[in-house]
Design a binder for this molecule. Structure first.
Ligand code: ADP
Ligand SMILES: Nc1ccn([C@@H]2O[C@H](COP(=O)(O)O)[C@@H](O)[C@H]2O)c(=O)n1
Length: 255
């Protein structure tokens, strides 16, 4: 479960250029099918905002994965998961309340503890990641636009749109290398659960995106434009000391 405290920030570093007048973090949702490149796109955005090498306590941009909010499995579900028969792609698999609370707390500038997820054992790790107040949050996951309340919290919504064959081949390689899976179980889970759930729950949320990014992290033009746009939106002008970025409106940004 994510937890939060009203601790003062322990950091002393300067904030991202020009962001010191923005009272809340800029929340960016990044959705897309499995292995579409969501994490890679987020990493590139973070890099281009000049934050990749910065210590996590000093960072002004943070990436949070929706996978941190998978519910704990019951013993029966755990047995199914080990056979590749538990549906991790269904909205019910996620702790929606935990996700919503964490985002609200981050938006309120609180220090929030986000769980870390262990894909090998299908459970949360004992350790978590502490999120200090930041300027930009990249919240990525297959179903981040599925839940209306979450969706409406994002100031910018990106959908990473990568060809399904490419996604499957990347998922196979990744899950064997990093998630302790066998080829047989990956393909079984993919064809029976992942692909149908993608079509039912993830793909229909593409319509909510502000920007669709074909080819994921390979699309350097799209990523450059998005980074420029983020910097532009967040840069205060002389007459606009409080450029706000609520999900429904951007106001007072004279040109
Ligand atoms: N443009 C790319 N070219 C080659 N491999 C990629 C590319 N983008 C992502 N990958 C690889 O594909 C896998 C899934 O990418 P990732 O960014 O983690 O996707 P997601 O977060 O959508 O699951 C990872 O192993 C990653 O290294
Ligand atoms: N224990 C788990 C948890 C999740 N998955 C799969 O991960 C996919 C989401 O992560 P991406 O990085 O690929 O977006 C999702 O499709 C789940 O099937 C899993 O296999 N095991």
């Amino acid at each position: 479960m994510a937890s939060s405290r009203n601790e003062p920030s322990e950091r002393s570093s300067p904030r991202l250029n020009g962001l010191d007048r923005i009272p809340k973090p800029f929340l960016i949702g990044v959705a897309g099918g499995t292995a579409s490149g969501k994490s890679s796109v987020c990493a590139k955005i973070m890099d281009q905002l000049g934050q990749a090498g910065v210590d996590h306590r000093q960072r002004q941009v943070v990436i949070i994965s929706q996978d941190a909010f998978y519910k704990n499995l019951t013993p029966d579900q755990d047995i199914k998961a080990k056979r590749g028969e538990f549906n991790f792609d269904h909205p019910e698999a996620f702790d929606f309340d935990g996700m919503a609370q964490a985002l609200k707390d981050i938006a309120a500038g609180k220090i929030v503890e986000i769980p870390e997820y262990d894909y090998v054992n299908n459970c949360r790790k004992d350790s978590g990641m502490k999120i200090y107040p930041v300027d930009v949050v990249l919240f990525e996951g297959i179903l981040v636009f599925y839940f209306k309340e979450l969706r409406e919290m994002f100031h910018m919504k990106l959908f990473v749109d990568t060809d399904p064959d490419t996604r499957l081949s990347r998922r196979v390689l990744r899950d064997i290398k990093e998630r302790g899976r066998t080829l047989e179980k990956i393909l079984h889970q993919y064809t029976t659960l992942v692909k149908p759930a993608f079509e039912e729950f993830c793909l229909p949320t593409k319509k909510y995106a502000d920007v669709i990014i074909p080819r994921g992290a390979d699309n350097t033009v799209a990523i450059d434009l998005i980074v420029q746009h983020i910097q532009e939106l967040l840069r205060p002008t002389k007459t606009n000391k409080r450029t706000r970025h609520n999900s429904d409106s951007f106001v007072g940004r004279p040109h």
